[in-house]
Write a protein that binds this ligand. Sequence first.
Ligand SMILES: [Fe+2]
Length: 235
Amino acid sequence: MFIDIHHHLVYGVDDGAQDFEGTQRLVKAACADGIGYIITTPHITPGQVPFPIEDYYAHLRQTQDWCAEQGYVLQLYTGAEILYTPETPRLLREGQVPTLANSRFALLEFSPTDSYDYIQEAVRRVGSAGFVPVVAHAERYDAIKKIEQFNDLKDNFGVRIQINARTVIRKHSYFRGRWIRKIFDSGVVDYLATDAHDMPERHACMMDAYHKLAQDYGEETARALTGGNAMEIFQ
Ligand SMILES: [Fe+2]
């Protein structure tokens, strides 16, 4: 079963599911897609935008109870997709921002136009605070395009790299272009995740991505990217 570390299924807290029916649709889609573990990751902008944390925990609990009632073999965990702010390291240390499944791993997002220096400083500070930075949909940033940069972030700051499953399967996607292909060829990608929202075009698609990766890189690599590597978060 796949592990999805980036998913917006908890309703009423961000631009993911808007109501419980939306959450239910996403759960069904994830189960049908072969996903067995989801870390739910609503958008949080620490210290700058208020986040309804009590609603988040209540809606997650409601979803877990509903999954159990329905007999879904799906484990749901707490998390957040953190839009990095200078307050982030402190608020992580104080336990005010959820990490991935309550681990030392923190899913970080940047604005597409943030500079490389800014991203480097962010992961350095998050690392110094005692956390492992995971860069969310790392294919999106103008500032991180060279393999040397991915290697710098990983080797010098312990960063993990997450790529969206949809990037792998999208028709006419840049996966077929040289650049994203090079990212996978170079082995810098740690996790594939769905970043699913309650929109048909943004539902889970791990199975298709798995098959595409297995075809191009072998089943062992495909398994590692869709779950094996993410086991470290739960250990
Ligand atoms: Fe996301």
